[in-house]
Structures are given as structure tokens and as C-alpha cells.
Design a protein around this ligand. Structure first.
Ligand code: ADP
Length: 633
């Protein structure tokens, strides 16, 4: 017998497991069964080229047995088995890639606060030390009948022992000597429950010997006990069944099981891909967005299975983040069973799957939009905020994603929102760009003075109320048409306005200079505008600058936004400027003129949804003017 020291990382891991307080200790059984299933898959694979591996022991099988007297729970498989050297490496001296990742994850606040998350990491074999104070592993390599096997044993205290043994059957037995307080895992119903919950879809039979009372055929009324092998898993993966065999209820139940959502999904997407990549996907669009979908720590991606063995709970490599609302299972036939994060990150097969899924989901959404409008409207309400991220991140699919978006607009009626496609189709002949206004609410947008000229021309203006809209759409071009904010830049949608602008600019040149000078600390420039009809003035952002909505969004996101001065635009058709000019010609120093200029700026602030610089002064001036006009009439 020889004794070995565990590798440092393994020691750390063991220490955690031995003193574990985690609530979902039962995951140990999932891990053992999954290892056993892996071992069988490998043996099955090798037997294709070497039939000696089979040893004719009656079919692949994972067996669970309990000994209540000894307090042991054993998981046996007739899979590939391990040699002495392999067992020393696999169970002690080589820390596999997952270990480090796991130890790092344990340091994170998220896991510290939510110990139940541990179960998601696939902590492997060592998790058995959460429930056992000693583990014995007996193994013999498949295809080496008659040769010695190996016995590995440890109490998880830093060392393990290894010795040669005789083991007739191929494969591995993992014997857990359960801690006294964990002996409930010997109960038949408990084991059955765990297997059903975590390993029902395992492809190989998981059997257990159960004692049953049977009526005696010889002596009437007498019963006797028999031991029978019972298969605990259905071995049926719902996603591998034919669509026609699955009821809506089954689909929904499975969704609830994997998502922990109590509501039924809005849409099921079930398909099989063949050709360059073979995989089956059963995906769901939930009907309600989870509360944390916008948080950084939201876990992205469907479950990944490889040949029916669960590899991970959330495989973010399989889905672009802007489709992170998708839940479900992807079962690949091409990926290796021991696939690790590193492999996933640069794997061609994974890219193919991801592409396939992305296309399928976007196509399904398109279909929903056409055929199930109300359902789609609800989807849009819940998830369009996330979907829009794709405009920014998935350049190749920008137009397809844009086509899925619905907008409020000056022409949207009732609950029928507008699409960009409809917008472009309905554009006026002389209209060159797609116009939008960003506002906190639809009502505010509709009342905005910035829309005056557009109404006059009967141009449609999209209304952006989602904080991300402007961020992802301001630099967007749809079918060759640029999107343009109605509050930004020098707008010239009407030729006739151009002349009026020019005329006013010349006529009131010196007045404008005075206004500019008086407001120089507040605005970048003062000019006549092509966008106003009834209102006297408004504030606009310079072509390259952020406009007010965007500035608010960035500030809300905690970003530092440099103070940006805007441009005060005046309505050349408004009689106010002619009157002010008369006053100016009479007395350039007039205190009333000064006061009016300040008020002009205050009005522009109010019109864009901000507060006047000095609200009480503003109100006093308005009241005074009101009183004056009344007395003079
Ligand atoms: P993982 O399964 O994630 O690799 P584990 O700690 O569960 O990590 O197992 C470590 C290694 O031990 C496995 O990769 C495998 O090589 C070996 N092993 C574990 N259980 C078995 C088994 N039942 N049969 C054969 N090899 C096994």
C-alpha cells in the first residue's frame, strides 16, 4: 500500500467539502452518476474499435446499492475503469481545470451569499466528501480481464492510499461511508428522488436493488422478500423525443423544472440540426423577464448536454448576450464529453451551434410578430430592452434585429406600434431621413415643440422611451436611411423655412449678438431654426454632441458626462423677435430686453422638460407681464 498527498488545490477543495454547510449536498450523487455515465460512454466508444473492452458483462449499467448496516452507498459502473496510475492522477495529484475555477468562484460574493449556487459548478467526485467521512474506490480497467485492479481510499484529510486488488468486473465502484448525520441518503425514496431530479435524462440505465414483498405461490397468505433491480431513470430526454409525441403540458413542465419559473413559457422552440453540426435544442422564451436580467451577474445560456450527459447549467458560449432571456437545453453529439470552458471558448462546433440558435430564435420572433401579434407584443414589452443590445453588438444581424423592434410614433394608433419597415414605406417623397424623438414618456414627446415642423410637413417621428433606444439607434442606418434626432443638429426639412431663416438672420443680426453675449455661459450658440412653428424657441444639441435624453441616461448609469452647452434656436416666424428688435433699436441697454432674453432661455428649458434657471424669478416675471397686459387692455 502506498500513501500520497493530495495536490494543494485539491486539499483546499477537500477542506471546503469536509466542512461544507451547503444546502444542496445531494448533488454529490449527480456527480457520481455523471462520472459513471462518462466512463461508460468512453468504454462504449473504445469498444467500437476494440471489442475486448466489452467483456460481455450484460450491457452498460450504473448501479446504486446501499448497505444499511455498514452505512455505505455505492455507485458502480461497468465503464472504462482506471489503472493505478490513472486513479492517482485523476483523484488526487492532478487538479483538473474545473477545480481552480471553482475555488475562485467560491471567493466571489455571489456564491458566498448564495451557497446553493455551488451545485451549478459540477464540483465532481470530491463533492462526495460533503456526505462521507471516508471514500473507497475500486476500479479495474476495461479490457484487462484477469489483471489487477486498484483500491483507492481517503478520509479527505490531505492524503489518500492506493493498493492493488483483485476485481473481477470491469469499471469502477465508488463506496461512500456516509457520515452519521447523512445516512438518510440510504433511503430508497431519497435516492429515487435525487436521480429523478438530476439524472433522469442519463442515457444508460441507473438501477438499484430494492427489496419487495411478494405473495408466495406455494403457501397462500404467506409473503416472502425478494431483491429486484429497478431502473430509476426514464432514460428519455424530452428534447430527443419526436415533437409530435410531446404534449404542451410536458413542454411546459420541463420548462418550469429547468427555469424555476412558475409561469408557462411564451414560446417553445424545438429543433434538431444535422449536417455540419449535430445537435438538438429545446429552447424557451419565457413570458416574463426575470428581475435580474439587466444585472451583471445574470446567468446566461441554456443547459449544455453532450450526448445526454449534462455538462453545465448555463452555457453562455451558446447564445449571444442579447438573447439571454432564452432558457432550455442544447444537446450536442459533436462536443467531447469532457468539454471545459476553455474548449468552449474557441470551438468551431460551439460557434456553429450558437449561430444556428441565434438564427432560429430570430426567425421564430419574426414569425411570432407576424402570426401571434399579442404574444409578440408581450415579448416585446418584456425583452426588447435586451434584444436591442444586439443592434450594437451583432453587426451582421443589425437589420434583422431592427426589423423585430416596435416603436411608438406620431403615427402609431392604439396598441398597434410601428416597425421601421412600415416607417420607411410610408415616408413622404421628399423625406430623406428617419426622425425620432427621445423623451421620458410618449405624452411628453407628443407635446414637444420639436415636432412642430414635422407635423407641418406630415413627417412621421418615432418616439423613443426606452433608455437604451437612442444609444443603440442614433448611429443606425435602416435600409440606407439614417436615423436622426429631431432635437439635434441644424435641421432643414423645409426649403421655404430656409429663406425665412436667412432673412431673420440678417435682419436681427445685432439682436442675436446681444442674446448670444448675455447667454454665453449657458449656450454654445444662438441661431434661427427650421424646426419650429408655434413655439418661440428651443434648445438643441450640436450635431456631434449628446442630447438631453442621452445625457440623462449616461448620468443615470453613473458615467461622467462633461457639461455640454447646447444651442438656442429661435423661431424666425414668431412675432416676438420683431418686437424685441424694436426694443433693441430703441435702447440696447434696456433692462426689459435683458429680462426677456433670460426668459427666452428659461422657456426653452421648460420646453425640453428641464426647469428654468431660477423658477421663482421666472414665475414673478410672468405674473408681472400678465398683470401689465391686463391693465393695458
Ligand atoms: P470531472 O468528472 O469533472 O473530470 P471528477 O473530480 O468528478 O471531475 O473526476 C475526476 C476524474 O476522475 C475524471 O475526469 C475521470 O478521469 C476520473 N473518474 C471519476 N469517476 C470515474 C469513474 N466512475 N470511472 C472512470 N473514471 C472516473
Amino acid at each position: 500500500m502506498e500513501t500520497f498527498e493530495f495536490k494543494t488545490e485539491v486539499k483546499q477543495l477537500l477542506d471546503l467539502m469536509v466542512h461544507s454547510l451547503y444546502s444542496h449536498k445531494e448533488v454529490f450523487l449527480r456527480e457520481l452518476v455523471s462520472n459513471a455515465s462518462d466512463a461508460i460512454d468512453r468504454a462504449r466508444y473504445e469498444s467500437l474499435t476494440n471489442s475486448a473492452i466489452l467483456e460481455d458483462d450484460g450491457g452498460w449499467k450504473i448501479k446504486i446499492s446501499v448497505d444499511k448496516d455498514l452505512g455505505t452507498l455505492t455507485v458502480s459502473d461497468n465503464g472504462i475503469g482506471m489503472t493505478r496510475q490513472e486513479i492517482v492522477e485523476a483523484l488526487g495529484t492532478i487538479a483538473h481545470s474545473g477545480t481552480k475555477e471553482f475555488l475562485m468562484a467560491l471567493q466571489s460574493k455571489e456564491v458566498k451569499d448564495n451557497p446553493e449556487l455551488i451545485g451549478q459548478f459540477g464540483v465532481g467526485f470530491y463533492s462526495s466528501f460533503m456526505v462521507a467521512d471516508k471514500i473507497t474506490v475500486l476500479s479495474r480497467k476495461a479490457g484487462e480481464k484477469g489483471k489487477k485492479g486498484v483500491r483507492w481510499e481517503s478520509t479527505g484529510d490531505g492524503t489518500f492510499s492506493v493498493e492493488e486488488i483483485y476485481k473481477p468486473g470491469k469499471g469502477t465502484d465508488v463506496i461512500l461511508h456516509l457520515k452519521d448525520e447523512e445516512r438518510h441518503y440510504l433511503n430508497e425514496w431519497e435516492i429515487k428522488g435525487i436521480i429523478k431530479r438530476y439524472s433522469d435524462f442519463i442515457e444508460h440505465p441507473i438501477v438499484m436493488e430494492v427489496e419487495r414483498e411478494k405473495d408466495s405461490e406455494l403457501e397462500k397468505g404467506k409473503k416472502f422478500k425478494v431483491k429486484e433491480e429497478e431502473t430509476l431513470n426514464s432514460m428519455k430526454a424530452i428534447w430527443l423525443k419526436d415533437k409530435s409525441e410531446i404534449t404542451e403540458e410536458e413542454y411546459n413542465e420541463f420548462y418550469k423544472h429547468i427555469s424555476h419559473d412558475f409561469k408557462s413559457p411564451a414560446k417553445v422552440i424545438h429543433f434538431k440540426a444535422e449536417g455540419t453540426s449535430e445537435f438538438t435544442a429545446l429552447l424557451y422564451i419565457p413570458s416574463k423577464a426575470p428581475f435580474n436580467i439587466l444585472f451583471k451577474d445574470f446567468q446566461i445560456g441554456p443547459m449544455l448536454y453532450v450526448k445526454r450527459v449534462q455538462i453545465m447549467e448555463h452555457c453562455e458560449e451558446l447564445i449571444p448576450p442579447y438573447l439571454r432571456f432564452i432558457r432550455g437545453v442544447v444537446d450536442s453529439s459533436d462536443l467531447p464529453l469532457n468539454v471545459s470552458r476553455e474548449i468552449l471558448q474557441n470551438n468551431r462546433q460551439v460557434d456553429i451551434i450558437k449561430n444556428n440558435i441565434t438564427k432560429k430564435v430570430l426567425d421564430t420572433l419574426e414569425e411570432m410578430k407576424k402570426e401571434e401579434y399579442d404574444n409578440y407584443l408581450n415579448f416585446h414589452k418584456e425583452f426588447s430592452r435586451v434584444l436591442k443590445e444586439g443592434l450594437h453588438y451583432d453587426f451582421a444581424r443589425r437589420e434583422q434585429i431592427a426589423d423585430l423592434l416596435l416603436f411608438n410614433s406620431t403615427k402609431a394608433k392604439d396598441s398597434r406600434l410601428r416597425t421601421l419597415d412600415e416607417y420607411v414605406k410610408d415616408m413622404k417623397e421628399d423625406q430623406k431621413e428617419i426622425y425620432y424623438i427621445a423623451a421620458p414618456t410618449i405624452q411628453e414627446a407628443l407635446m414637444s415643440p420639436y415636432l412642430e415642423a414635422f407635423r407641418e410637413k406630415d413627417y412621421e417621428v418615432l418616439i423613443f422611451t426606452d433608455d437604451i433606444d437612442e444609444f443603440v439607434l442614433s448611429n443606425f442606418e435602416y435600409k440606407g436611411k439614417a436615423l436622426k434626432s429631431v432635437t439635434k443638429g441644424d435641421l432643414e426639412i423645409d426649403e421655404s423655412k430656409k429663406e425665412k431663416k436667412e432673412k431673420a438672420r440678417k435682419e436681427y443680426r445685432r439682436l442675436i449678438e446681444l442674446i448670444k453675449d448675455q447667454l454665453k455661459d449657458d449656450v454654445k450658440d444662438v441661431r434661427f431654426s427650421g424646426r419650429l412653428k408655434d413655439s418661440p424657441c428651443c434648445l438643441v444639441a450640436d450635431e456631434g454632441d449628446l442630447d438631453t435624453q442621452m445625457e440623462r441616461l449616461l448620468k443615470a448609469m453613473g458615467q461622467e458626462v462633461p457639461q455640454q452647452k447646447r444651442i438656442l434656436e429661435l423661431n424666425p416666424e414668431h412675432p416676438l423677435f420683431a418686437s424685441m428688435n424694436v426694443l433693441f433699436e430703441k435702447d440696447k441697454e434696456s433692462p426689459i430686453l435683458k429680462e426677456y432674453i433670460d426668459m427666452l432661455y428659461d422657456q426653452a428649458l421648460i420646453l425640453e422638460g428641464s426647469r428654468p434657471k431660477d423658477p421663482s424669478r421666472f414665475s414673478q416675471t410672468v405674473a408681472r407681464l400678465m398683470a401689465e397686459t391686463i391693465t393695458t387692455k
